[in-house]
Every structure is written in structure tokens, then in C-alpha cells.
Design a protein around this ligand. Sequence first.
Ligand code: AMP
Ligand code: GLY
Length: 424
Amino acid sequence: MKLLVVGGGGREHAIIKKLKENPEVQAIYALPGNGGIAADATCVPIGATDIEGIVKFALEHGIDYAVVAPDDPLVLGAVDALNEAGISCFGPNKAAAIIEGSKAFAKDLMKKYGIPTAKYEIFTELSQALDYLDTAPIPTVVKADGLALGKGVIIAQTREEAKEAVTDMMANAKFGKSGSTVVIEEFLEGPEVSVLSFTDGKTVVPMVSSMDHKRAGDNDTGLNTGGMGTIAPNPYYTPEVARRCMEEIFLPTIRAMEEEGRTFKGCLYFGLMITKDGPKVIEYNCRFGDPETQVVLPLLETDLLTIMQATTNGTLARTEVKFSDKSACCVIKASAGYPLSYEKGFVLTMTEEAAEHTYVAGAKLTDGKLLTAGGRVTGTTAVADTLAEAIRQAYRLAEGVHFDNAYYRRDIGARAMKACGEVK
Ligand code: AMP
Ligand code: GLY
């Protein structure tokens, strides 16, 4: 089998390493991949949103199965284009990817089908949004409708802050077209849980739950990032919460999408908040999370390619999906200054042991050397019998990853460890 994986971050590296475990896989091409991924796949300099280029490459190289990992090519219709060219692939088509591509769509879907989420209003006129904010409960949450690299969400503590956020989005086009429509929603409180799931449009199989650490600084301080580390499983995702999520959120969402003529196949990511009134949806993503994937896939015991193909073929109900009952922790090392401005081009080295456990998110190969090339540079994952041991090992292994100006959080998993003592 010849595979193609679209994307080039830590998530894609984790997917590729897992796919390689299948002995039938002869070749994996990463488009574009990165310097670190080049150790596990053939990287080809075709951008993840160059859909024409991706299809052309797939046809020329006799690709048997393609995996489209990032949100933007999915929302742009990469799966539709590959399918039209006769190439089977993992991921939702454009009609289904809108569940992440438009927050207004996602909110209206949840309202129509009674899926628990924060109360909200949608605005396309700035003046109406500003009027609404005169009386809206504070704090409030302002979200750009479209994709905004995870930066289109503002938690406003005051009316002034909320008004500034909608003005930036709607009048000053801070997020381009993504912010011409905004969602203003109720502020929810409670621990967050990420649940990625495999679905073929009818059957939904949740993967092991995880917890992201989105803020740049220890103790959840500082700016929001793409994610500075993850642990799995998430202790807040108790069997009772899992049962409610399946009944009230996962199955209703899959059925709603089918009902709407937007059957979702691939990985549907549920960003959940466990409020005092039960689990509620904070966001849907139409793809694997990053860096959630870097703790979830190392715990997968059955073959990833077989499961992916089952989501495409509609045979997921008959396919075994098994996760280990161990724990995992992933520690991200980032360039100092991320998520704002940071320097690149520092030499990245890893001990052999660290490299074996590390997914490379942002590096390029120049004259045989790896140089840092992104905000998030590496994610180092350890799997162990207990969460405490997974955390200890992940930090120990991450010490074997070196580059100048490296920055990482020291408290990945600390909140989860505390919760293990509280949540029964
Ligand atoms: P999103 O990009 O939708 O995942 O939002 C980014 C982060 O903002 C989430 O992980 C939450 O921590 C926070 N957030 C989003 N919506 C809400 C909400 N309604 N109430 C409280 N926090 C929220
Ligand atoms: N880690 C959050 C995301 O992938 O959107």
C-alpha cells in the first residue's frame, strides 16, 4: 500500500508513525511534511491547501489511500477532489467539514437537534452585535465564525473588551472573512475534555479521552496557543460522563449530520466542557486534534489504517478499535516567544531515545541538520502504567531534545493529577 498524508505538524508525525506499524504499508508520502517527519516518510514540497497539486501527485504516484489531517484542506474540499479523482481517503467531505468551518453552522445544528452547548446569538451586522453587548451577561465569549488558527475566540471580562473584539472582527477584519459573522455566547465553567472519535457516519467510536493545555504559561496563565501539552486519559471523563456524552452529544451529532445530508466520515473531535449541568460542546473539529493525537494514538492497540479504511467504507461497526488502559503524556517544546513572534533556524538535536518518543512539529532539514522552523517545535510522549509515571517519563525524555531558546511548560498533567484525587 502506498499512502499519502496531507499536513506537516506533530499530529501528522504521530499519524505517520502509527500508520507505519502496518506491515502492508510500503511507502508514505507527507505533503508537505517537515524535516523531522522526513525520518519516517518521504516529504514532498506541496502545500496542504494546494488541492490541485495534491490530487496530481496522488494520481502520478499511484496512491492507494490518502489521509487529510488539517482543517483548512478539509474545509476547502480536499477529500471531495481526491474522491472525484478516484482516490479513497480518510476525512470528511466539504459538506461535513463545515461543522468546524463555520461556528454559526455548528451552533445552529446543536440548537436544532437539542445538543447541549452554550447559549448564543449570531450576528452579521456590527451595530446589532454592539447593541446586544449592552445587556449581554458578562463575562461573554466572542467567536469569529470561520477558521482563525485557534485565535478567533475572545473571552471578554468586560463589555468594553467584548465590543472591541467584535469591532476588530467585523469592522477591522482582524481574521479576514472568518470574522464577518460572529457568534457571541454564554461563558461556561468547568474542566475541559477533548474526545476524538472515529465515525463512518453511522457508528461513532470515541477514542481515549485527553486534556489539552492551551495557555502558554504554567498554571494556565498567558496567551492561548495551539496547545503546549496533553495527557490521556482525562480523569474528568468518568464512565458516567462518557455515557452521557454518547447519548446526549456523540450519537445525536452523527445523526444530525446525516439528517442534514452532510454525513460525517473521519475523525470528529468533540471539545467538551463538563459543567455543573452536565457535559456541553465547546467546539467541534473535523479532524484529529494537535497535540491530542500525540497522546491518543500511542495508546491505540489496533491497526490505525484498518480503522481509517473502515470509516471510509462504512464498516466501522464490525471493526475492532482497542485502546490500552495505560496513560500518556506529551510535552511540547516551543520557540521562546510563541505564540507571538519567535526566532527560527536553531539547530535541533535529539538523543536516540528522545527521538524515538518525539514527534516533530516545526523543523526543516538543511544540509543534513534539523533547524527549528516553527512556534511549536517538538512533542515528546511517554506511555506508562500510571499518569504520574507517564508525566515523569515525558519530562525525562524531553530533556534529550535540544535547541536554543526552547520554551516549555513545567506543569503538563498537574491539573489532571490533582483531579485524579478528586474525581471518583
Ligand atoms: P475554541 O477555539 O472554540 O476551542 O475555544 C478556545 C478555548 O476558549 C476553549 O478551549 C475554551 O477554553 C475557551 N472557550 C470557548 N468557548 C467558551 C465558552 N462558551 N465558555 C468558556 N470558555 C470557552
Ligand atoms: N488542540 C486543539 C486543537 O487541535 O484544535
